[in-house]
Design a protein around this ligand. Sequence first.
Ligand code: 9WO
Length: 256
Amino acid sequence: MQLGIVTLFPEMFAAVTDYGISGRAVRAGLMNLEFFNPRDFTTDKHRTVDDKPFGGGPGMLMKTEPLMASIAAARQAVRQKDSASHKTRVIYLSPQGRTLKQDSIIELAQLQSMVLLCGRYQGIDNRLVESEIDEEWSLGDFVISGGELAAMTLIDAMTRFQPGALGDEDSALEDSFTNGLLHSPEYTRPQSIDGQDVPKVLLSGDHEAIRKWRLKQSLGATWLKRPDLLKDRELEQEQIELLEQFKQEYAHYHAL
Ligand code: 9WO
């Protein structure tokens, strides 16, 4: 995947390029990040990248000309490297966007190329939103200081769906949310921590019993913590029965 990233702070992206699964994917060439800093596209002595909003008020906007020049350069560079020369989407990360969900991550992860625009200050001139931005995406209903951390989050999440990015035993398709349910609880050594024991079934070696137990816990955790995920969802007969068992055990346990 070819990524053109328009940002005033390219150094921040070391968090994805230098560490962990995303770092390995970058080193393996699965994800190719190229940075375009509006400051490098300024023409004045002070290399100005902010400007006052018309109508007054506190705060600044990103200065238009260096921003437009860096978007144009990013589009061009990324398009040249996208072997099929697909139409490159320009994506803006902002609280005004559609909320990213795992299914939107999976769809975006299929693209060959994209330009990510990281806003700073109070954002960008609305005419650029209209003319330059193809899609606006949000992580959720909160404000952070700029688009970079959101862009990095998106890049990390998309990396997990690049073929070869995860080790053999990891599968992005087995993560929480990919089946629409929360993951069942997991345990490692030691078998007992201050009298809290690992559930016996996990030590039994009975794979079918373990599968059923995990599915029941997964349904139960979703019912307890994220009932909204079960709202408009058809459960299979086995799932209905396991969730019913979970609820009964839960009621029994909490009645004591
Ligand atoms: C800053 C500001 C300062 C004074 C008065 C109003 C203001 N609004 C903003 C603002 O919303 N700034 C944004 C900072 C502009 C776009 C980039 N920034 C950003 C992106 N903040 N939060 C995000 C973001 C992106 C994705 N998901 C969640 C939040």
